[in-house]
Design a protein. Structure first.
Length: 346
C-alpha cells in the first residue's frame, strides 16, 4: 500500500514548512565532463526556463531524537528516488551542523510529467538547495545556494538565477566561478534576453544513460582536449553574438554544440547513442524550415533524444505555426525564458 504524505498531521505535530519552486534550464554551451569536486571541464551558458519546474516542500522540526529523514514524490513515500536528495542534505549538514538538529520530510513535485523525458535534476537540486539554505537563514546568498545546487547536480547551479546564466570560471565574465553560476542578463542584447523554447518529446521515459556516466566518460575520451578547446571558443563566440543580438551566429554555435555533445557520446568507450531516428527527422525539419522561411529557428539537445527548438519571442507566432505544421504526431511543450526560484505558500 502507498504511504502518503499527511500534511495536516505534520502541522499538528509542530512541523513547519518551506516550499520553493525552481526552474529547469537549457544549456546552449554544454557542461560535459567534470573534475574532482563537481568542477566543470569548461564554462557553460544556459537559459533558465519558465514552465518546467520542480517544487520542493520541506517540513522540518527540531528534535533531540534521531529520526530518519523522509522523501516523498508527488505526496507518495518514495525512498527509491531519495539518493541525490539525501546526499545533498548530508553535504550541507557537514558544513552546517545545525541542519542535523532537524527532522526533515521532503516532498517533490514536477510541473512536467515524470515520464516526459525532461531531466529534472537541475530544477530539483536547485529547489532543494534553496529550501535547505532558507531553513539555515541564508536565503539571500544566491552564490551559496548555487554552490550547493552544483554539488547536487552541476547544471542545477545555473537554475538559481533567471534569464541567461553562465557557470565556470572565465576571463570573459566578471565574477564568474567554477563553484557557482553567474547571471549574465545586463550585457545581453534585448532581443536575446527572452527566447521561446518548444520542446519536442521524441521519447518519454527514464534516460538510458545517466549524465554522471556521460561526464565520467569524458575523462579518457580521445577527443577530450579538442572538446575543451571547442567549448571555450564557442563560449566566447556565443557571448559576442548575444551582446550583438546576432541570431544567425547564435544559432550556428548552439547547433554545433548540441551535435558535438552527442558526438562525444557516440565516440566514447563504451559508445552510446541517445538520439532516435525521429530526433534526426526533427533536426532536418528545422534546417528545412530555415531554408524555406527566413526565421531564426534553431535546435539544441540535452543528454537525451528530445529536441529543444529555440527562437526569438518576436517571431513566436510565425515560428510556432511552422513548427505545428511541420512537426506532427509528437508531443510539444512550449516554454520560454523565466526567472529563478520562487518561495511559495505552504
Ligand atoms: O547536471 P548534470 O550532471 O545532469 O549534467 C547536465 C549535462 C547537460 O544537460 C547535457 C548539459 C548542461 O550543461 O546542462
Amino acid at each position: 500500500m502507498e504511504r502518503k504524505l499527511e500534511i495536516n498531521k505534520l502541522i499538528d505535530l509542530g512541523y513547519k514548512c518551506i516550499s520553493i519552486e525552481a526552474p529547469s534550464n537549457i544549456a546552449l554551451i554544454k557542461y560535459w565532463g567534470k573534475k574532482l569536486g563537481q568542477i566543470p571541464m569548461n564554462p557553460s551558458v544556459s537559459y533558465t526556463l519558465n514552465s518546467c519546474k520542480t517544487t520542493f516542500s520541506l517540513y522540518y522540526k527540531k528534535t533531540d531524537v534521531s529520526y530518519e529523514n523522509e522523501f516523498y514524490f508527488d505526496g507518495v513515500f518514495a525512498p527509491e528516488f531519495a539518493a541525490k536528495t539525501f546526499k545533498l542534505i548530508e553535504t550541507i549538514s557537514s558544513d552546517f551542523s545545525e541542519l542535523g538538529k532537524y527532522h526533515l520530510i521532503l516532498n517533490s513535485t514536477n510541473s512536467f510529467p515524470h515520464s516526459s523525458g525532461i531531466a529534472s535534476s537541475a530544477s530539483s537540486m536547485c529547489a532543494l538547495s534553496s529550501c535547505l539554505l532558507n531553513l539555515l537563514g541564508k536565503s539571500d546568498d544566491l552564490n551559496l545556494i548555487s554552490h550547493y545546487a552544483r554539488l547536487g547536480s552541476g547544471s542545477a547551479a545555473r537554475s538559481v538565477f533567471g534569464g541567461v546564466v553562465t557557470w565556470g570560471a572565465s576571463s570573459l565574465v566578471e565574477n564568474s566561478s567554477d563553484l557557482f553560476a553567474t547571471k549574465l542578463n545586463e550585457e545581453i542584447h534585448s532581443d536575446m534576453k527572452n527566447i521561446c523554447d518548444t520542446i519536442v518529446i521524441i521519447h518519454d521515459g527514464v534516460k538510458e544513460v545517466s549524465s554522471t556516466m556521460g561526464h565520467s566518460l569524458m575523462e579518457n575520451h580521445p577527443f577530450r582536449d579538442v572538446r575543451i578547446l571547442n567549448a571555450n571558443n564557442r563560449f566566447k563566440e556565443l557571448i559576442e553574438a548575444m551582446k550583438l543580438g546576432d541570431f544567425s551566429s547564435w544559432g550556428k554555435i548552439i547547433e554545433a554544440e548540441a551535435l558535438e555533445l552527442h558526438a562525444m557520446m557516440m565516440t566514447s568507450n563504451p559508445s552510446y547513442i541517445l538520439l532516435k531516428p525521429k530526433t534526426l527527422d526533427v533536426l532536418e525539419t528545422v534546417r528545412n524550415i530555415r531554408k524555406e522561411h527566413s526565421v531564426d529557428l534553431y535546435f539544441t539537445l540535452d543528454a537525451g533524444p528530445n529536441v529543444h527548438l529555440l527562437y526569438p519571442e518576436k517571431q513566436k507566432s510565425q515560428v510556432l505555426k511552422l513548427i505545428k505544421e511541420n512537426i506532427t504526431g509528437l508531443k510539444l511543450i512550449n516554454d520560454k525564458t523565466g526567472p529563478g526560484p520562487r518561495v511559495l505558500k505552504c
